[in-house]
Design a protein around this ligand. Sequence first.
Ligand code: ZN
Length: 298
Amino acid sequence: MLNYKDIQNRIEALDVIQGVDLSIIGYSLLNKPIYAIHLGNYDGPQMIMEGGIHAREYLSTLFLIEEIKYLATKDIINGGIYVVPMVNPDGIELVLNGTTNLPCDILRRYLLDVNNNNPDFSQWKANANAVDLNVNFDASWGEGTQNVFCPSSGNFVGYYPESEREVNNLIRFTKEVNPSITISWHTKGEVIYYGFKSLSPEDLMRDYNIALSLSAVNGYQIIKTEGSVGGYSDYISLVYNVPAYTIEIGNGALPHPIGEEYLMEVFEQNKNVPIVALENVGGKFFDESISSVCKIIK
Ligand SMILES: [Zn+2]
C-alpha cells in the first residue's frame, strides 16, 4: 500500500533528473517539507502548477510527479515551469497512514473527534488543523456556497483568511515567481474550471479561449466556476489577474480517493496540457511533435 513516505521519496528522487531543480518552499503545520520543482528557464513566462492541496486527492500529486519526469525530457526554449506537487503533506499522510504518525495523543484525539471518531481518514480533504486549504485564501473568503465555519474533514475556511502555514508558503512562493499562468490539479470529474469571479468580461474570454486549447488536449469539459471561492485559482485571478485553471482529473463516477491504478490513464490524457498552457502565454518548446499539437489547437 502506498504511504506518505513513498510519495515524499518519489518527489526527492526527482532531483537527480537533469534539468530538474528541487527546493523546499516551506513547511507544513507538522513540519513536513513542501517541495517545489523547477524546469526550463528562470527568465521568460513562468507557470505554476500545484497539486495535493486536498488530502484525499493525492492522485494529483502522483500525476505531477510523472508529469515532471515527462517535462524533463522536453527542451524548453522560452519560459519555465514550477511544480508544487504536494501542498498538503500532513493531510495526505492522514489519508494514507491514518493517525499513526501524529506527534501526540491530544492531536490524535482532536482529529478523530473531527472525523466523527472514524479511524479511516480516506475521505479527509483538510490539513492537520482540520482547515480546507483551498478555501483559506483571501479571495472572497468565507463566501463559498459549501463553506463551513468549524473544523471539519473538508470545507472549513479557517477562523480567518490565510490562517494556515501551507497557504502562506504558497502565497509567498507565488509572489517570488510572479506567474503568467497557473494550473491547480484536483480530483475528480474530468473538468477544466475557469473564470473566477473577480475577472472582467475581456479576461473571462481570454481564460475561456486558453481553456479551449487545454480541453482540445485532454477532452475534459470546460465549466465556468460558480459559487466556489477562497481557492488558489481565485487568489491568482484576484491578485495577479493571469489565467488560472483548476483541472479535475479522474472519472467522476469513481469514488474518492482515486488510487494509483488510475495514474497512467490520467497521465496519458493530461501529459501535454502543461505544454499547451505555457505556449499560450509565450513559452516555447523545442519539440516538433509538441509544436504540431499546438498548431492544430491554434
Ligand atoms: Zn480538490
